[in-house]
Ligand binder design. Structure first.
Ligand code: DGJ
Length: 779
């Protein structure tokens, strides 16, 4: 998969789908040649012409030899330096002991390694067998100091994906300080481009925004100490004509959960530079002699099949090479989480009633959220005291766990391991454990402080407390939350000239703790969370296979949140729950069926108190759970296609689907937010089917369902009882009245369904209607 042409000094990384080509130029600069669809071979004449540009400085080497017309600013580079004639943004800035900062690395050697190399202390992609990938290590060196940069590139046999990262090594006699180091830098020759990025806020995570790349440098970043709700470490460079199914899309995701910086820069000659890495504001890293510093990994995906092509490339890659392999094919249980059902105000009795009802409805995992430890009745106490709250749980956690297990269900618990409350035993004993800057006030966030996770004694303390609870209780699931961002970042464990390292050392400490716990308990299902989806990134997914996507569980709000999130990760990584109405975040009342229609496209569960529902709502939920279980493999393992975007037109219609590998079945969701007068008819075109195959399309959920019960073969006996009608928002328990005639099940070829599409008719008669269509191959 990796070839070096000695004559032309080119490296060609390729598989059946992509090629990535670099060249060592006549002055030893590692320059970029090509990243795109597979080229059988790369001819040297395709190289980027170096032309004269006024006011670019001329190249000079160590012997003061100079070359007019040849400037670092005019070439496409793989890892550009600083203060030496390239005025675009550098990948690396080094501050030397004498204060100087020229950074100029040139090619020295290369090595080809079988498989995918690991990065110590940082999450990264893996392979099950060394046949599945090859890694190129290119060593660059400084002309006067014994400093080296090793650039790593891994190409994977079955994916249009390249991973990159870099390691700086100091073999000189003096320390040197890194002021900025990107994980990757990629220069592309001119082309009209747009960027898609995912930004947001609490309860409104990963909103898709698309904008033209203009002259200058645009940065998408987080300085919050986490990847954040505000800016996800993802971006995609696309052409103006790229759609969901056509056109070029180059996706970038950082495998990192801390403060980050992604950028796109267009220079005067329309050369484009993409970069991603650790946030450089406030960052310094002192590298002592014989030490090294490794950046986080970046994952690059290339597709000419539009955004669906790019995100499917990411999804398949993450399932096979990043999310822990033990969860690859493992069924995720249907869960109930008590948080929105009770918040902190639960009693053992109430929890038992919730467990009983969940078990009756077919739910498989009961999760006790915040409030079970220390003396936690509100958000202002007990974080750091990971022992049971006896007043609330007279029979202890073990008693509750045994009760849940006796019902044949699994038991899960919430932790917030990185935090400390001022009102806690831990704080009274170790006030210095809280991240703080000496002499300055500590900011509160949600009434709590952040633990100094850069310290191994702090990590140990939390680790041992968690192990004790896990051992005592027999946990099957852990929700790992993180409810504030970092401030006053400083650690008393490090000297003054290493304080710029603490934000990154915090992340390394968290990864060390996650790695210790998850590897000690590989059978436990971990779900990450940070006030909803505030830390949803590939760094986390390398330890925990699913993430709570957002605290906003309103079905309408979730359309955009899940649509945006699907650009980067597979649906089974996104926690998605049906919650009560009026929704606690938006106040909106949506039908129970619509809430399920959206939540089915995620790691599915419920977050309400079943005991407060009517009998008919309970029975509808029982049907939903049975339906989900009948189609669980399709929902959890299918290939995801986005069909109609809530970010386009007026956002009234969203559609997406999951299709199995053999393309014999697909489950399509269509959601209409508002009913409108004189609404034009809508055509829905499907994706991912076999053109020549004949399919039957049946509406199986939502208003207008015709013959709404599934056949016995489809759904088994329980399915027959399913009246998949439009259900109550709250008390109305409405039926399908108002629908003139139902949707007719019909048969058509895959080609027809994908090219001509079908009319969404009859039109729905209410607001907030989610419908599911089951598409099944019949010949
Ligand atoms: C924030 C999470 O996103 C919620 O789901 C819940 O676990 C609360 N924290 C508990 O404090």
């Amino acid at each position: 998969m990796i070839h070096y042409n000695d004559k032309n000094k080119t490296f060609h990384l390729q598989n059946d789908q992509i090629s990535y080509v670099m060249k060592v130029d006549e002055y030893g600069v590692l320059s970029h040649c090509y990243f795109g669809s597979r080229l059988p071979r790369y001819s040297n004449y395709l190289s980027y012409p170096v032309i004269h540009r006024d006011f670019e400085v001329d190249f000079v080497d160590q012997n003061q030899k100079t070359k007019r017309d040849w400037s670092l600013g005019n070439i496409l580079q793989e890892f550009p330096g600083y203060n030496h004639g390239d005025y675009r943004h550098p990948a690396l800035i080094l501050r030397q002991m004498d204060g100087s900062s020229v950074t100029d690395f040139r090619y020295q050697s290369y090595e080809i390694i079988k498989g995918a190399s690991s990065i110590e202390g940082l999450p990264h992609a893996y392979v099950d067998s060394s046949e599945l990938a090859e890694t190129l290590k290119v060593r660059l060196g400084d002309p006067i100091h014994s400093w080296f940069v090793d650039l790593y590139y891994t190409v994977f046999r079955n994916h249009p994906i390249i991973t990159r990262w870099a390691v700086f090594r100091n073999e000189s006699a003096e320390p040197v300080t890194i002021e900025r180091m990107a994980s990757f830098s990629l220069d592309l020759s001119p082309r009209p481009s747009e960027i898609i990025q995912l930004n947001g806020a609490w309860g409104r995570e990963r909103m898709l925004e698309r904008e033209a790349v203009h002259r200058g440098r645009k940065v998408y970043d987080s300085k919050r100490g986490t990847s954040s709700h505000q800016q996800t470490p993802f971006m995609a460079l696309v052409s103006p004509n790229t759609t969901e199914n056509q056109g070029v899309a180059l996706g970038v995701q950082l495998v990192y959960s801390g403060s980050h910086e992604l950028s796109v820069e267009q220079d005067p000659y329309q050369q484009i530079r993409l970069q991603a890495g650790i946030q450089s504001t406030g960052f310094h890293w002192k590298v002592e002699p014989d030490q090294e510093f490794a950046t986080p990994q970046v994952v690059l995906a290339y597709s000419e099949d539009g955004l669906n092509g790019m995100s499917q490339a990411f999804h398949h890659f993450l399932k096979n090479h990043l999310i822990p392999a033990r969860f690859r094919d493992k069924e995720r249980p249907v869960l109930i989480n008590n948080w929105e059902g009770t918040y902190f105000a639960f009693t053992e009795e109430r929890l038992h009633a919730m467990v009983d009802s969940a078990s009756d409805l077919g739910v498989e995992l009961f999760v006790l959220d915040d409030g079970w430890f220390g003396k936690r009745d509100w958000d202002d106490s007990s974080l750091g005291d990971w022992f049971e709250y006896k007043t609330k749980l007279p029979h202890g956690l073990k008693g509750l766990a045994d009760y849940v297990h006796s019902k044949g269900m699994q038991f899960g618990l919430w932790f917030e391991p990185e935090m400390i409350s001022e009102d806690s035993e831990l704080y009274r004993q170790h006030p210095d454990f809280a991240l703080h800057t000496p002499g300055r006030a500590k900011s509160y966030g949600r009434n709590q402080y952040v633990l100094d996770m850069s310290r191994s004694d702090v990590q140990d303390h939390i680790y041992h407390q968690m192990v004790a609870v896990i051992e005592h209780t027999g946990l099957n699931y852990i929700k790992w939350d993180m409810n504030r961002h970092l401030s006053e970042v400083y650690s008393s464990a490090f000297p003054y000239d290493q304080q710029g390292e603490i934000a990154h050392r915090y992340m390394l400490g968290v990864y060390a703790l996650m790695s210790r716990i998850t590897s000690r308990y590989p059978e436990i299902l971990f779900e990450s969370c940070s006030g909803g989806g505030g830390r949803f990134d590939l760094g986390i997914l390398a330890y925990m296979p699913q993430v709570w996507t957002s605290d906003n569980s309103d079905a309408v709000a979730r359309l955009k949140i899940q649509y945006g999130t699907s650009l980067m990760v597979p649906t089974n990584a996104m926690g998605a729950h049906v919650s009560a109405v009026p929704n606690h975040q938006t106040g909106r009342k949506t039908p129970l069926a619509s809430r399920a229609a959206v939540a089915f496209y995620g790691a599915f569960g419920y977050e309400l108190d079943f005991t407060k529902l009517t009998k008919s709502e309970q029975s509808e939920i029982k049907d939903q759970v049975a339906f989900y279980k009948n189609h669980r493999t399709l929902f959890q393992q299918g290939t995801f296609h986005r069909l109609l975007s809530p970010f386009e037109d007026d956002g009234n219609l969203t559609a997406w689907s999951l299709t199995n590998d053999s393309q014999t079945e697909s489950m399509v969701m269509v959601f209409q937010v508002l009913r409108k007068a004189s609404q034009p008819l809508q055509v829905l075109k499907l994706e991912g089917l076999k053109s020549e195959c004949q399919y039957r399309v049946t509406q199986v959920l939502g208003e207008g369902a015709w013959g709404a019960t599934l056949s016995k073969e489809e759904g088994g006996p329980e399915a027959e009882a399913m009246s998949l009608t439009d259900s109550a928002c709250d008390d109305s328990n409405s039926n399908n009245s108002g629908v003139e005639s139902g949707f007719q099940s019909f048969e058509a070829s895959g080609a027809e369904l994908m090219k001509a599409g079908f009319y969404l008719y009859p039109q729905v008669t209410k607001d907030f209607v989610g419908r599911l269509f089951y598409v099944e191959a019949i010949k």
